[in-house]
Design a protein around this ligand. Structure first.
Ligand SMILES: C[S@@+](CC[C@H](N)C(=O)[O-])C[C@H]1O[C@@H](n2cnc3c(N)ncnc32)[C@H](O)[C@@H]1O
Length: 394
């Protein structure tokens, strides 16, 4: 699926290349163990999360200028500051409670939120982090201990979702990191795209889709009211409902903020969108070949937000709001966080206005990124959604 007109990717340095070869050998062994092929979701799971080896499981720099991609908390502390204001509204009605962050990356979002909540005198009782990568857990702990010595005692790491969580749950760009299945519609049925070994490379081979994948694709077609065209290739996260169910089960009362790049199901499976939504990131180059650079590039997929809403509703949550990231930030207190702007020195003003543009402009992160809020119990709809709410588009 490489495009010839795409700029060449940078070469990995020697130690990354060596690490990539170890990951590839690990995956080749898993393919051999499984009789010659893995589903794409299994391949993605190993490439990202094999302990000590996968992209998130091992020690490379991923986030920021020296890594492979930037996320909103890496772009600017304003993202976490506005989100903290929204969390404060919820924490006030549940009598403080706790914040649980899934997949905390470098730890910057936790830092920015805790600093702001302290400033607003709205600190949660606890700030818990559920992070699958042991390497990232260690980095987050080092970072937060150094950055927030006075608040660090409130932070703890969990291996499983807590029971009876009251308060807020936050996940920025975690849904896009869940492994997906890839499929192709043919005139005779649904094919599963699997990964096999060809010499030193991985290549895609097709097999009849297992029942669960076939049923999921047929359910999408049923909802769309038409069959996807023959030859149509796309992605589906069969793990997403389970991830939402685990989160929902632990939420006794409160609100969940999920941020990610994503669209509605009609847009996701639009007939002109054959090829799917999987993207790969290596040293700030985005491309669409997931079978190279195993374990040293990020693999990520846009989110079908209807799937998120459906899974949540099945678990007794309801959708409190769905908006673009720009709408969320503009409605959620960006102006309040910018109050000191005019008294700042010019270089700081320029830096901050650049960050605001990246977070909010439609051609940057403003429109592709969405926020979906889910709630359980007697909880207010946060003010960020009073400016604009697109739940009706789902
Ligand atoms: C794309 S990074 C985003 C990091 C951070 N939230 C940010 O915005 O910079 C995805 C993060 O989710 C974590 N992750 C992936 N699957 C997860 C899961 N099932 N539960 C918790 N964390 C997960 C990864 O280890 C990583 O920290």
């Amino acid at each position: 699926m490489q495009h010839d007109d795409r700029p060449a990717l940078p070469q990995p340095d020697a130690s990354s290349a060596e690490h990539g070869e170890r990951v590839a050998a690990f995956i080749r062994a898993r393919i051999a163990d499984s009789g010659g092929s893995l589903s794409f979701a299994e391949f993605m799971q190993h490439a990202l999360y094999a302990p000590g080896l996968g992209y998130y499981g091992a020690g490379s720099t991923k986030f920021g200028a020296d890594g492979d991609f930037v996320t909103a908390p890496e772009v600017s502390p304003l993202f976490g500051r506005v989100l903290a204001r929204q969390c404060a509204e919820v924490l006030a009605v549940v009598n403080r409670g706790a914040i649980l962050e899934y997949g905390a990356g470098s730890g910057k979002l936790a830092r920015d939120m805790l600093e702001t909540l302290a400033r607003l005198d709205a600190l949660p009782e606890r700030y818990e982090i559920l992070e699958v990568s042991a390497d990232l857990q260690e980095r987050q702990a080092r970072f937060l201990r150094a950055e927030l010595p006075d608040l660090f005692s409130r932070v703890s790491w969990l291996d499983t979702p807590p029971e009876n969580h009251t308060g807020v749950i936050v996940a920025n760009e975690v849904l896009d990191a869940l492994p997906v299945e890839r499929f192709r519609r043919s005139s005779t049925g649904v094919k599963q795209l699997r990964v096999v070994v060809d010499g030193d490379s991985f290549v895609i081979a097709e097999a009849p889709a297992p029942r669960k994948l076939e049923q999921a694709v047929l359910a999408i077609e049923n909802e769309l009211g038409q069959c996807l065209p023959a030859g149509y290739v796309s992605d589906i996260s069969l793990g997403l409902p389970g991830w939402i169910a685990a989160l929902a089960e632990s939420l006794q009362q409160g609100l969940v903020f999920l941020f990610d790049y994503g669209v509605t199901r009609r847009e996701y499976y639009a007939t002109e969108r054959s090829g799917g939504w999987l993207r790969c990131h290596f040293r700030h180059h985005a491309h669409d070949d997931p079978l190279i650079l195993a374990g040293i590039q990020d693999l990520t997929t846009w989110v079908d937000f209807n799937a998120v809403a459906e899974a949540a509703v099945r678990c007794g949550l309801n959708v409190a709001g769905y908006s673009s990231q720009a709408q969320f930030l503009l409605g959620g207190g960006l102006d309040a966080e910018m109050q000191q702007f005019s008294s700042m020195p010019l270089p700081s003003q320029l830096e901050l206005s650049g960050q605001v543009k990246t977070l909010t402009l439609p051609g940057e992160m403003g429109e592709h990124f969405k926020c979906m809020a889910l709630r359980r119990g007697d909880v207010i709809v946060p003010s960020a959604f009073t400016m604009a709410d697109r739940t009706h588009t789902l």
